[in-house]
Ligand binder design. Sequence first.
Ligand code: SF4
Length: 261
Amino acid sequence: MAAQRTNGRLSRVRRSHRAAAILHDAYGSPHHGNKEDPLDELVFILLSQMTTHHSFNRVFERVKAFATTWDEVLRMRARTFKALIKDAGLSGQKGPRIRAILSRLQADFGSVTLEPLKAMGDGAAEDYLLGLPGVGIKTAKCVLMYSLGRQVLPVDTHVWRLARRLGLVEEGVPYSRVHGTLEMVVAPEDRYTFHVNAIAHGRALCLPLRPRCGLCPLRRLCPSRDLGSARGGGAKGRRRPRARARAPRGRDPHMLPAQLH
Ligand code: SF4
């Protein structure tokens, strides 16, 4: 039994490695606009949460143009900051939360920065981030991966959907174990590639409701390759109008819940 489990996991590790290589060839590991500085990245993600449009990009640039350092943001009046980020939505929640984080960093490090995390191990840095107000596991892992170069695997809705369709994880994994489960089958050196290209793939072909399996470079190794045809999707390579290809949130069986952010 134990040997079967080990073999199953090894085969999933091999499949994820192969998928990461194929996706890299197809998409070239695109940059999704993430930031080099860990605190920039953290604020950028917090601004983007619960937002269905891309105004947070503009809002982030506005904040950076208004205040050259995060110390300045902490010193500015709360209502000034709230007005600055208004277009990102939920400014009444995001403003106090971000300022509470900046305040905590000032208290912990004597300066409004996440630079000290560079000297911490993966676990300690992740624990520190998870202790900040409003920071969940996916956000913490994004900061670790994108800005601190750690070999962790943030799991967003695209990564999770693809992992399940590829059979890398089993049905019924509780939300609390999503990250640990997937990191068990995606090798450390494949995690960045798998993450950034899964996002690209989830937006282009492995769509929530009508995956375009007929066009998919992963179809030979994907156990869900009939999903597109079964759902009338792109198994025959038909192109659909953009508006119809987008799935309404909540109807995608492979959607990851928002609380993981
Ligand atoms: S074959 Fe279909 S379900 Fe599988 S990864 Fe490709 S698009 Fe997604």
